[in-house]
Design a protein around this ligand. Sequence first.
Ligand code: HEC
Length: 114
Amino acid sequence: MERIFRSSVVLFFVLLLLTGLSFAQNVENGKKLFNDPSFGSSTNDKSCNSCHPNGKGLEQSGKKEKIIIMGKELHSLEEAVNMCIEGPLSGKAIKIDSQEMKDIVAYIKSLTKN
Ligand code: HEC
């Protein structure tokens, strides 16, 4: 009984560690995409970083219930990302459930300051 309990505790912490590591990996990839001028099939030489240097101005975005970009009211970071891809980057929206979207959203969330 005690052995089962102990191995569950160990398993729990291993899983916690793996979750933390994979989140750090997402943030790292997201940061690369944020600085990549070809992200979102961008057709100009801009990256997200051109207008939001080091994520400047996005420190509250991860917490917002609504985001307004160019007069349009959006209700998720994913929509905001695609709005900036289709607008400023003249690119093509990426899938909401894609790995790239998860990574870029993880990066934006990692910028959140209180
Ligand atoms: C040509 C400039 C430009 C580029 C390039 C650009 N954005 Fe934006 N972005 C804006 C403007 C302008 C706004 C709306 C005003 C504001 O809140 O800063 C905005 C708003 C946002 C917001 C919402 C901010 C908030 O909290 O209201 C997010 C998130 C965002 N952009 C992410 C991105 C991502 C991700 C990329 C790259 C795919 C990107 N942007 C590329 C200009 C740009």
